[in-house]
Design a protein. Structure first.
Length: 267
């Protein structure tokens, strides 16, 4: 992929920027405004006649249309990923709740242990959605992996001693719990690539240069030179905000997992 050929430092820098939507907005508005003034300087140096203006208007309209389509597609990609994360959170809560009920099949002592581990596991999954610090996230992921191992180990002796359909059902349910966590993690990693951000930014930069160099009235051009940078900045900020599952202003709330955690706590 394109971003695979970028230096790791550039990828890390781009990832940090898109993780902070307000920073995306400020950088985009400033860079697009600078691009517009580059266009103005070019216009002052290279004058265009009426015939050239006619051809230029066609190119400008096509470029702005292309920019609008790219922003629209990028917004659709980010929104699809957001919906996918919401759906997977619901599926994860359903898998944990189902396995909690199936644990009643086990002997009383084993059932109590599995119930306690599932309550602990549910709390960890809620913390996964709520935390926004990388250090805490690594700790949560380590605890989640250990709890998954403990849950699996708690079921294996019973399944080995009694290879019955109910035991197989218990193992299948635990497999769904573990798999749902993996699907969720993959969805949170699945974001708009840094290379796509770079290309989208480049097209927006060139489009603003064309807007700056294409006006016939200098006074009107100066008056409206900041409109397109603001529009592009707001659009980029919204895309980055939706695409950033952990650091944006629009954050995914683990409503189903929180409700499940409340219902599993002993009364």
């Amino acid at each position: 992929m394109f971003e695979a050929h970028l230096p790791s430092g550039i990828v890390d820098m781009l990832t940090f920027i898109v993780d902070h939507p307000v920073l995306v907005f400020l950088l985009t508005v400033f860079c697009m405004w600078v691009a517009g003034w580059f266009g103005v300087l070019y216009r002052n140096v290279q004058k265009m006649g009426d015939k050239e203006h006619s051809d230029f208007d066609v190119i400008q309209a096509a470029t702005l249309t292309l920019l609008a389509l790219i922003i629209g597609f990028s917004f659709s990609m980010a929104l699809t990923r957001y919906d996918q994360r919401k759906n997977l959170e619901e599926e994860e809560a359903n898998a944990i709740g189902t396995e909690y009920l199936r644990a009643d099949i086990l002997p009383a002592q084993d059932a109590d242990r599995v119930h306690a581990l599932l309550r602990q596991y549910t709390d960890l999954r809620v913390r996964f959605y709520e935390t926004h610090e990388d250090d805490k996230l690594q700790e949560i992921n380590a605890q989640t992996a250990k709890t998954q191992s403990d849950l699996w180990s708690a079921l294996l002796p019973y399944a080995a001693a009694q290879p019955t359909p109910p035991a197989a059902l218990m193992l299948a349910g635990m497999n769904d719990v573990i798999n749902s966590q993996g699907y969720t993690q993959a969805a949170w990693w699945n974001r708009i690539p840094p290379g796509a951000w770079m290309l989208m930014f480049l097209i927006a930069f060139l489009a603003n240069m064309l807007v700056g160099s294409g006006g016939r009235s200098t006074r009107m051009k100066y008056r409206f030179l900041s409109i397109l940078p603001l529009i592009v900045g707001i659009a980029f900020m919204l895309i980055a905000d939706i695409d950033s599952a952990r650091h944006g202003l629009i954050r995914l709330k683990a409503q189903n997992l929180e409700a499940l955690a409340d219902s599993l706590r002993p009364q």
